[in-house]
Design a protein around this ligand. Sequence first.
Ligand code: ATP
Ligand code: MG
Length: 363
Amino acid sequence: MKKNFDIAVFHGDGIGPEIMAPTLAILDRMAKASDSYGLTFTDAPAGAAHYVETGEALPVASMDRARNADAILLSAMGLPDVRYADGTEISPQIDLRKALTLFAGVRPVRVKAGQRTPLNMPAGREIDFVLIRESTEGLFHTQGCGEMTENEARETLLITRDISEKLFKFAFGLAKQRKAAGRGPGRVTCVDKANVFRAFAFFRAMFDAEAAQHPDLQADHAYVDATALWMIQKPWDFDVMVTENMFGDILSDLGAGLMGGLGLAPSADIGLDHAVFQPCHGSAPDIAGRGLANPHAMILSAAMMLDWLGVKHDNAAMVADGTRLREAVEDVVARGTALTRDLGGTVGTARAADAVLDALFVA
Ligand code: ATP
Ligand code: MG
């Protein structure tokens, strides 16, 4: 029996619609070929262009669609010259994160042997780790409303038991899942600065408490500064890393750098009931409308969606399709014959996406 899943789709701004269209075409083709799942896509208008047209960046109807969907696919949103009247940036993705309590920002970092990377990789090494960035509190707690006088400015670092416990539970669950799939040793590293800040000692204590519930998994700690060094010196040693919001923000860009750029970096924002899948990059207005955007990060985010839905609904075929889609993109990148300009190639969005379809259905 085919189970149908309803996907809310935010096409976004700039290159957003250009990378979303081929991604939906690939997903549609995979779902139609599957005996066990179907996908229905429902558009959820939102974003900077929508704000210019209607005065609303995230209409209630789109929010409701997201809330009621089985999963949410989102490309990039926001444009540099479009802002709310008070000057703040238009970022419905952040509103979604808050409204749906999507506390776990999941950023997989993967470099296959032979893939282009700025690192000097020892022969035979591959990078395959996941960085989990807490996405609702931490150093972003007072974002935009910290205290400020003429001579002083202050922001607050907030770590709560409620969110931390959920976050660590999620991190160990993911490590377990990766271990079962043969993708890691089943190790979670808590990245903090517990030697200096009490808030991080609190963070670490809750991590240790969750770790004690998982005797089958390994747990260790690393200071964030040392982590930045090790991500360059021995990134293949990491499996699952979990950290505070701002640290995660910075380290995930470092991770994208290891992969050779933003055009290959997928992400997911996951909560207890909802999840948004979107590329790490922005709306790239500098190349929008020219068919040049790299669709791979968006397609890899869609692969994460299949994986998440499959695990959540116990649908092994869907999990397998998630893996198949990720591997198809990795094959295209490794082969190097259909790369967009950001990866040093010459092809446009359509050809780069077609190469993934070929890897899935022709090869
Ligand atoms: P945001 O604030 O939304 O994160 P940003 O200022 O970080 O945006 P991006 O929109 O991510 O910027 O773009 C950064 C650079 O990377 C730009 O030069 C852009 O053209 C390039 N870039 C981003 N995404 C892609 C992509 N999918 N394909 C090709 N180039 C991209
Ligand atoms: Mg950015």
